[in-house]
Design a protein around this ligand. Structure first.
Ligand code: FAD
Length: 441
């Protein structure tokens, strides 16, 4: 192929997920000729999450997003934790106040609907979507700088002076480029699996205490959901369905030879969960990996001619279920860096290092650094998955029961319920460790 026949763009974005379509949108809006390459039949075809998507991030890329009628399910108007014991449930959720705003801070979403719409916004400003195409390698100049990609199509090489890699958790290309020298450790990756269960909207509203279809619930579930192993469940109310699932670390699933569908089935049959999904029809069942290593697993974020954003760069805060917002904003910042590089006509690693500086100014790297020990904390403190949720149910159950005995006895019983499960000095140590891991100390 001679030079004139080569397929050339100003930028190539790999993966039409949240990071990729955000990057393509920002680049195309600036008038650059962008190829957005997606291996799925269409954007969203390969994607699966909980989940809720955050409007602060969408607005940074697409300020008038509400006018463009995004395919949201419900706004998150109630959020928090549910603590599940074997025979009980404690709910700690918040509603109203900061959650009662328009547009909402977060919307419950199904990726099969959202991702095509998100990619369409990039196409509307001129990005060229190339679906059903997998990027398999890079094209480099003699000095090793990335100057394009090889795809799985015949004569599928595409050239551009800058490539933004938004390939998601299976970061094979990031590894190929040498930005990270190892595959993700099974102890740093969660396998999340869920069912989407169809129910009439009125049934969902009645069962979850939602006044109407413009209200939605998003909760993380701790306790009798992950068999005492590091993991967390979730429940999201869609318009006419409920998403129920959980994420558990891959190494534990392998070590204990656990089958994800058995654990999910057990969770769905829990006496506090089963009535919520009773008589529902299974619409979807699926699983997806979550890179939970965060800061510890972050690759080098740029090299000559290329940058990496989103899950491919381990940009996930597992405690807060934040990954979508990091992906969208990282995609945007990579695109802005690529635009600057075009203005300078310089795509060297030094110029693209501005991407990391941009990330450092915002919340992404700050948060990931702060939470860098959180995954390790969960791994070494399984008590938070069974002992404490169980104690909480027991303690609150006692507190709100009128025993007809002096209250001093009640408090002694509650204290005993704790120390019977966990010696006091260990419980104090656990709380200090949790605070330290969340505060990044
Ligand atoms: C069960 C579950 C629940 C979650 N819940 C939440 C939540 O409630 N809130 C939240 O903020 N985050 C949540 N997350 C995390 C969130 O989904 C991710 O952080 C986010 O999707 C990352 O976006 P991304 O663009 O980096 O990657 P992805 O969305 O995974 O997109 C990657 C894209 O690249 C494509 N691709 C990959 N390789 C190639 C290739 N070689 N060539 C071409 N295309 C390629 C893929 O097909 C895909 O479309 C959850 C994750 C899971 C699994």
């Amino acid at each position: 192929m001679n030079n004139a026949e080569k397929i050339r763009f100003d930028a190539i974005v790999v993966g039409a997920g949240l990071a990729g379509s955000a990057a393509a949108m920002v680049l195309a809006r600036e008038g650059l000729n962008v190829a957005l390459v997606e291996r799925g039949q269409k954007p969203g075809g390969k994607n699966y999450f909980g989940g809720a998507i955050y409007t602060h991030a969408i607005a940074e890329v697409l300020p008038d997003f509400m006018e463009r009628r995004p395919p949201f399910e419900r706004p998150v108007t109630e959020a928090g934790f549910w603590f599940l014991a074997e025979d009980g449930l404690t709910r700690a959720t918040v509603q109203g106040g900061k959650l009662d705003v328009e547009p909402a801070d977060a919307y419950i979403t199904l990726r099969a609907d959202f991702d095509p719409w998100w990619a369409e916004q990039a196409q509307d400003v001129g990005a060229f979507l190339i679906p059903k195409t997998t990027v398999v390698d890079f094209i480099r100049d003699p000095a090793g700088q990335v100057i394009g990609v090889q795809t799985d199509r015949p004569q599928g090489d595409i050239y551009a002076p800058v490539v933004i890699i938004c390939e998601g958790v299976n970061n094979l290309l990031t590894q190929k480029l040498g930005l990270i020298d190892h595959d993700l450790e099974p102890s740093h990756v969660a396998l999340a699996f869920k069912q989407v269960i169809s129910l009439p909207a009125e049934t969902i509203n009645a069962r979850f205490g939602l006044p109407d279809n413009d209200h939605g619930l998003a909760v993380s579930v701790l306790g009798d959901v992950s068999l005492g192993l590091p993991g967390m469940g979730f429940v999201y109310t869609n318009k006419k369905s409920v998403s129920v699932g959980l994420g558990m670390m891959l190494d534990k699933l392998a070590e204990y030879r656990l089958r994800p569908y058995d654990i999910l089935q057990r969770y769905l049959e829990h006496p506090a969960i089963a009535p919520l999904v009773k008589d529902g029809q299974l619409l979807e069942y699926g699983g997806h990996l979550i890179p939970e290593g965060g800061y510890r697993d972050m690759p080098q974020l740029y090299t000559g001619g290329a940058m990496v954003a989103g899950d491919a760069a381990s940009m996930v805060n597992a405690l807060h279920w934040e990954g979508t917002n990091m992906a969208i904003i990282a995609g945007k910042l990579a695109a802005e860096t690529a635009i600057d590089a075009h203005e300078r006509g310089d795509f060297s690693a030094q110029t693209l290092s501005a991407y990391e500086s941009r990330l450092r100014e915002g919340f992404i790297l700050k948060d990931l650094k702060q939470y860098r020990n959180f995954a390790k904390f969960l791994e070494t403190h399984p008590e938070f998955m069974d002992v404490y949720p169980d104690f909480l149910n027991d303690a609150l159950g006692q507190f709100f029961s009128a025993y007809g005995k002096p209250k001093r006895e009640l408090f002694q019983n509650i204290f005993g319920a704790l120390t019977h499960r966990r010696p006091l000095f260990r419980a104090v140590g656990d709380m200090i460790s949790m605070t330290r891991s969340v505060m990044g100390l």
